[in-house]
Design a protein around this ligand. Structure first.
Ligand code: PGA
Length: 262
């Protein structure tokens, strides 16, 4: 794991965007795994800026999103398809046909999940997966006790996640769907690179457990300790309870510039 601690969310997001941009420049038909929620918003803003001001070309890129709520249509205000269109896809030159978000309205959930896995394989697998982390340690919507071998499937959100996400649903927990389709932990671990972002003190405990705790399905993100190329971009708040934060800073400072966005 590589831990990159930046002064604030914006600087951490810009550093993560450099890694994404470098991949897209080196592999124009890169396959990106994408995330939703408040965490990746600044990353997407920076990718839009890189496209508009520096010509970062997404015309051959394809994308697969981690998850979607069951029962929300693509045009629902809180659907992740709508989130992606609004915050990224509508502002870059990506082919909409190359963007994939699980179908929360399917009447064949197992079939749609299997097809999603096959579609990822057909594209050659995910080159870089963007991840947030839940305050309960989830990645995608893989809640505590999710199998590390899991693939795309239906999951039930924890009450903590429902409470956390109520802020997107007029603070009304009863409006948050309880079920979702999510890539599995096995799916995420198959990505060639994982880039996790986390900001604020509210994520500090989950971040410390992920990076410095035991690998356990009680903290699903801790599985990233077993991933060969996992980069964790965090701000001071999310880093605030790490034991070895001085070491992570020292490692990053000692890296040559050219290596920082590899
Ligand atoms: P958030 O969610 O970015 O809205 O905090 C992260 C997550 O649940 O993975």
């Amino acid at each position: 794991m590589e831990i990159i601690i930046k002064e604030n969310e914006q600087l951490a997001s810009e550093a993560a965007a450099k890694v994404v941009a470098r991949l897209v420049r080196e592999k124009p038909n890169a396959v990106l795994g994408l995330a939703t929620g408040s965490t990746p918003l600044m990353l997407y803003k920076e990718l839009v800026r890189l496209h508009q001001e520096e010509g970062l070309d997404f015309s051959q890129v394809s994308t697969f999103n981690l998850d979607e709520y069951i029962g929300l249509s693509p045009d629902h205000e809180q659907s992740y398809r709508r989130f992606m269109n609004k915050n990224l896809f509508n502002h870059i030159n990506i082919e909409m046909d190359n963007t994939h978000v699980p179908d929360g309205m399917t009447d064949d959930i197992p079939g749609a999940c299997a097809a999603y896995e096959l579609a990822i394989l057909d594209e050659g697998g995910i080159d870089l997966q963007v991840l947030g982390i839940g305050s309960d340690g989830h990645v995608g919507f893989n809640e505590p006790t999710s199998s590390f071998a899991s693939r795309t499937r239906i999951k039930t959100l924890t009450q903590q996640t429902v409470a956390d996400n109520a802020r997107f649903f007029c603070d009304d927990e009863s409006k948050v769907p309880n079920h979702c389709i999510t890539m599995g932990i096995g799916t995420i671990m198959d990505a060639k690179m994982n880039v996790m972002l986390a900001f604020g003190e509210g994520k500090a405990a989950a971040v410390a457990a992920t990076i410095e705790g035991a690998v356990t399905s009680m903290i699903p993100a801790s599985v990233l300790q077993h991933h060969p190329t996992a980069k964790i971009f965090i701000d001071e708040g999310a880093a605030s309870t790490l034991t070895l934060s001085d070491y992570y800073r020292w490692v990053y400072c000692g890296k040559p510039e050219w290596q920082k966005d590899l």
